[in-house]
Design a protein around this ligand. Structure first.
Ligand code: FPP
Length: 257
């Protein structure tokens, strides 16, 4: 059921989430950290359902950062295993949602079995036209910018682009998923106030919602609270409030004409 205060016309189009706090959630309960990751999957499922219900078009989940490779080997392999299990068991529900799975990140570093699971999910959902579900895997914001710069330099060498003509739009075309709009809302759970190398280029004007909940506790109600928080913001993109209101009024005039 939809939350009565959520305005259906002002739902963020693209939501990105830093899912933090799995380990602490588990340790606080005397469990192993991996139990937190497992419980975190329930939150992934709940948030995907909520996004579908509210019409969020793109959900980007920070599932494994490039820095996460430095975690203890056992934890890394359990995360990879969970990811594979998730992609294999949840894909039916993802199909029912009509969602399309994509990834951003240095996927070539994933173990072969994880890569196969990821590629299988991408293939199976490729023709879906509903929500886009983007998993950031082996992802780093700086690495993404470096990868873009590398490809761009190669194109410049080949004479395909003129460095003098380079602008933000042309640069952004080299990022991992250039067709996606920037996130409107970035949620971070786990009571931390950092960006942690996530979507550094894309979040220039993104609204932030920082939640004290650990990720395994972040379910539909918490997601709705984040959307309500977002809907209370005024997005100015560097303009004044007056300019934003004038822009709204002229847009209204255009659409009522
Ligand atoms: C951060 O918690 C979370 C992660 C490193 C991985 C997120 C993974 C999942 C939610 C499960 C698998 C994902 C999918 C998409 C199926 P943390 O371990 O850093 O927590 P802490 O800060 O409390 O230690």
């Amino acid at each position: 059921m939809a939350h009565p205060e959520i305005h259906p016309d002002r739902v963020p189009r693209h939501v990105a989430i830093i899912m933090d706090g799995n380990g602490r959630w588990a340790v606080e309960r005397g469990l192993e950290r991996n139990a937190g990751h497992r419980e975190g999957i329930e939150s992934v499922r709940a948030v995907i359902r909520a996004c579908r219900d509210y019409g969020v078009e793109i959900l980007t989940l920070y599932a494994f950062s490039i820095e996460n490779w430095n975690r203890p080997r056992g934890e890394v392999s359990e995360l990879m295993r969970l990811l594979e299990e998730y992609l294999e068991t949840e894909i039916d529900e993802v199909m029912e949602h009509g969602a399309r799975v994509r990834t951003i990140g240095r996927i070539d570093r994933l173990p072969p079995s994880t890569r196969r699971a990821v590629e299988g999910a991408i293939r199976r959902t490729a023709d879906n036209t509903g929500m886009q579900l983007v998993f950031a895997l082996s992802y780093g914001g700086r690495a993404e910018i470096v990868d873009a710069a590398r490809r761009l330099a190669r194109d410049a060498e080949l004479g395909k682009i003129d460095p003098e003509g380079l602008d933000e739009k042309a640069f952004a075309a080299y990022l991992y998923a250039p067709d996606l709009p920037d996130p409107d809302l970035l949620i971070r759970t786990g009571a931390e106030q950092r960006v942690s190398n996530f979507l550094l280029w894309q979040i220039a004007y993104t609204e932030l919602h920082l939640s004290d909940r650990m990720w395994p506790e972040f379910r539909r109600a918490e997601f709705e609270a984040a959307i309500l928080d977002y809907q209370r913001r005024e997005r100015r993109f560097g303009l004044t409030s007056e300019q934003v209101r004038q822009g709204d009024r002229s847009r209204e005039k255009r659409t009522t004409r």
